[in-house]
Design a protein around this ligand. Structure first.
Ligand code: ATP
Ligand code: MG
Ligand code: ZN
Ligand code: ZN
Length: 801
């Protein structure tokens, strides 16, 4: 900052330029120096510098004047912006390019801030900081500002970092493994070597029966570790393998794989997922028998066997594989995973337990708790470049189109074209984005039928699909060899994704057997929030996720959850000592004594000396995944004489219903109508005033049908009283009882009421209905309500089909 600034007026004299007047400004005050005083000032200076790039004539005149007084001046590069702001800064090699000139760092930051703080911009502080980092890195203001423009995509600049691949990959020849010859031959058909994490697991005693927790990022070949132990244990007659996964889709995939791969060894595979009770054309062919060598199932599907008291039917268990074991940290399902592991340890004390996960908060601590050896493989088989692009919502489609196209145009050294997975926050969006993309693409999510999902997986595997659009919910495990992952949104539903989900999702980019590298792109909209409860915006969340460390979540269960697990465990033991031991080994803390006393008081448990057992009522609750409160609800309803359909629709309703014409309705009414029928204010909006009369006749008719069928109650807080949901759910069950498949049910709802749903969701709901009907039947028998029991049984048969 200058001590003062001044304005010099030169006179042209025959002897050359001479000072005429010097007006000095200091502290806002004006002062005049005489020419002699001004020259004295110059003589006192250490250095006289003249800014390059000024007016040529003026510069020449000033130099001429200096010469007249035997003074030296030098031309220097200074920041022109600074001069305009009456301050002084040199320019040098590190100065920042701006249009055709260079300016100093300070001015560049000020210019950037001006752009970022413009009234139509809403960048978070984190995002501003990130963009400033880009400026300092590139030293180019135009380029930095250019990245904020979707047309000016600059991949050099949007790159946040590169996660390097590991180079110290120890492998192992499959031919040298100490396993049966037949098994070896099957493995050799696919590959000659083990992948590094597999080799590490073998080194750590995989074939010596050691329990292991294996953590390594996605696509490092964890499944095969489970298979190596499991198949070899089967062949050595140590017992069968249970393979537990969190999702129905994954269970289906592993079931198909194991059936194909090991059938020739005479090894049989069964599947245990909830939906196996509902007969449809595709579930009929799957094997469910418990005497198979391999049983693949969801956590709940396997736990169901234990909870129903059928653990004995499993026979000898040699290996238990818990895939995606980080589900333990899930707030809703964690207790069930913890519970099923604890119970399996109890019923199969000799079995080898293998836990697999890509992301665990504190691997060593978890391994100790699980009593397993930690096998950790930290590095990636291929490097991943992570990019962050700030953009407006309406630019996302254009950006995705471009990124997908460019990636598909590339071929890896392994001969595969680049394919993309786009993650979005809802199933709905999977469809709308897929439809809007100009290239061949497909939506993929758990709500689609297994048949449709499978065909998408196959097309993707064959390299025929440049892109699939999916939800965060399906991030884990399904084999999609994508080279690029795009985050169209950083939310799941209306919640931000967490670190773990983020790692799982981005880990999908780059497969060792297909690609040389992976690309991850986050598209973040500065002012975007998915609900009014969110305090952060998408751009800030993006940066947190990219920089973030994983937070270990504590395993604290509520009393309802604890009681559910205690009841479930009482199905596998009647000894109080054992019950205590099972729960001691679990990861969560259980207030056993207090809750057992309460469960005895509620008549779910019976206590006789050192024995604890389930009452008939408790047995029903345990076998049907009922919480204590749901079990009471059924009992009270049965005693009141309520019908089975009413009871089960009270217990759980189907909420995955969407307005088929939500977009048209929104346009016609000029308000954003939420597409989910039973969410937010959609029903209110549509049926308010004369709104409905503004819609197409056809849609009007369907909506009136919907209202006549489901919105008839006189409750004070209708339509938020729950009656509509219950009636609608009952309708689904009724249509099923007429003999329709899930897909057929969807068609019927579309025709009649203009609403739609996903067949996979319908299937899942019907499965729960069957389970709950079964509970109703059994509870009704306990209380000698024969009519209700018989009605429930009849209905159950029809729903199963
Ligand atoms: N020894 C091997 N040689 C070659 N390819 C292999 C080998 N082992 C596994 N693969 C392949 O690597 C890919 C990824 O394997 P897998 O699905 O088991 O990964 P993962 O670690 O379980 O990943 P995720 O965390 O996503 O579940 C699969 O396509 C699999 O066929
Ligand atoms: Mg896996
Ligand atoms: Zn400057
Ligand atoms: Zn009502």
């Amino acid at each position: 900052m200058p001590l003062f600034t001044g304005e010099l007026i030169l006179n042209k004299t025959p002897a050359g330029s001479r000072p005429h007047k010097f007006r000095m400004l200091r502290d806002g005050k004006e002062e005049y120096l005489t020419p002699a005083e001004f020259i004295d000032l110059l003589r006192m200076s250490d250095r006289i510098m003249i800014a390059k790039g000024g007016n040529e004539a003026t510069t020449a005149a000033f130099m001429d004047m200096l010469k007249g007084f035997q003074l030296d001046g030098e031309l220097v590069n200074v920041c022109r912006f600074c001069l305009l702001k009456r301050r002084f800064n040199f320019l040098n090699r590190r100065s920042i390019r701006y249009h055709s000139e260079k300016i100093c760092e300070e001015c560049a930051k000020e210019e950037l801030a001006r752009v970022l703080n413009a009234p139509y911009c809403h960048y978070s502080d984190e995002a501003k900081k990130r963009i400033e980092e880009m400026l300092l890195q590139t030293r180019d203001l135009d380029r930095t500002v250019g990245t904020l423009d979707p047309e000016g995509l600059d991949q050099e600049l949007t790159r946040f970092d590169t996660v390097q691949a590991s180079l110290d990959a120890r492998t192992m020849r499959i031919a040298d493994l100490p396993i049966s010859k037949n098994f070896k031959d099957i493995l050799l058909q696919k590959s000659d070597e083990l992948l590094p994490v597999q080799a590490k697991a073998v080194d750590a005693g995989l074939f010596k029966g050691k329990h292991q927790l294996v953590t390594s990022v996605t696509a490092t070949g964890k499944t095969l570790i489970g298979e190596l132990a499991g198949i070899e244990n089967i062949l050595r007659k140590k017992g069968k393998m249970l393979y537990l996964v969190p999702l129905v889709a994954l269970a289906n995939q592993k079931y198909d794989q194991f059936t194909d791969k090991y059938g020739s060894l005479g090894i049989t595979t069964s599947i245990r997922i909830g939906s196996a009770r509902i007969r449809t054309s595709s579930t009929l062919k799957m094997r469910r028998a418990l005497d198979s060598n391999i049983i693949v199932g969801t956590y709940e599907g396997i736990d169901f066997i234990l909870r129903s008291g059928d653990a004995d039917l499993l026979g000898k268990i040699g290996t238990v594989v818990i895939d995606e074991v980080h589900t333990l940290e899930d707030s809703e399902r964690g207790h069930r995973v913890d519970g099923v592991i604890g119970r399996l340890k109890y019923i199969a004390p000799a079995a080898q337990f293998i836990y697999l996960s890509a992301t665990v908060a504190e691997p060593l601590a978890l391994a100790q708790k699980l009593n397993a050896i930690l096998v950790e493989y930290e590095y990636r088989p291929v490097p991943i470049e992570r990019h962050l692009i700030f953009c407006e919502e309406h630019d996302k489609l254009k950006l995705m189109t471009r990124l997908v196209r460019e990636e598909f145009a590339r071929t890896s050294t392994k001969g595969h074209r680049g394919q993309t997975i786009i993650f979005t926050n809802s199933r709905r969006n999977c469809h709308s984005i897929s439809e809007a993309l100009p290239m061949v693409s497909a939506p993929y999510h758990a709500g689609l039928t297994q048949f449709v999902r499978k065909s998408v997986e196959e097309r993707f595997l064959k390299g025929k699909l440049p892109v699939v659009v999916t939800t965060a919910a399906l991030a884990a495990g399904v084999d999609f060899p994508a080279s690029q992952v795009i985050f169209e949104s950083l939310a799941m539903g209306i919640e931000w994704i967490n670190m773990q989900e983020f790692m799982q999702m981005l880990g999908r980019a780059g497969r060792p057997d297909y690609h040389d590298r992976g690309i991850v792109v986050l598209l973040a909209t500065p002012n975007k929030r998915y609900s009014s409860e969110q305090t952060e915006t998408e751009d800030a969340v993006a940066i947190k996720l990219l920089k973030g460390k994983m937070m270990p979540s504590s395993l604290d269960y509520g009393e309802d959850e604890q009681m559910e697990e205690i009841l479930a465990s009482a199905a596998v033991t009647s000894s109080k000592k054992d019950l205590t031991a099972i729960h001691k080994r679990m990861l969560g803390t259980f207030e056993l004594t207090k809750l057992v006393t309460r469960l005895v008081h509620y008549k779910f448990l019976e206590k006789r000396e050192d024995n604890i057992s389930l009452t008939p009522f408790g047995q029903i609750a345990a076998g049907h995944f009922l919480s204590v409160s749901s079990a009471f609800l059924i009992r009270d309803a049965v005693l009141k004489g309520m019908g089975p359909l009413e009871i089960v629709t009270n217990l759980e309703f189907f909420d995955g219903v969407y307005f088929k014409y939500a977009a048209q309705i929104s346009t016609a009414l000029d308000i954003n109508v939420p597409s989910r029928v039973f969410q937010g204010a959609s029903l209110d909006i549509i049926f308010e005033g004369d709104n409905i009369s503004q819609l197409d006749q056809n849609i009007q008719d369907q909506l009136f049908e919907f209202a006549a069928a489901f919105l008839t109650c006189k409750c004070k807080d209708s339509p938020y009283c729950g009656c509509a949901e219950r009636r609608f759910s009952a309708k689904i069950v009724e249509i099923r009882m007429e003999g329709y498949d899930p897909a057929g049910i969807v068609h019927k709802m579309e025709d009649m009421y203009g609403v739609t749903a996903y067949p996979g969701d319908i299937l899942g709901y019907l499965d729960n209905v069957v389970r709950n009907l079964d509970a109703v039947e059994k509870i009704a028998r306990v209380y000698s309500k024969k009519d209700i029991a018989n009605a429930a049984r009849e209905m159950k048969k029809q729903v199963e089909g």
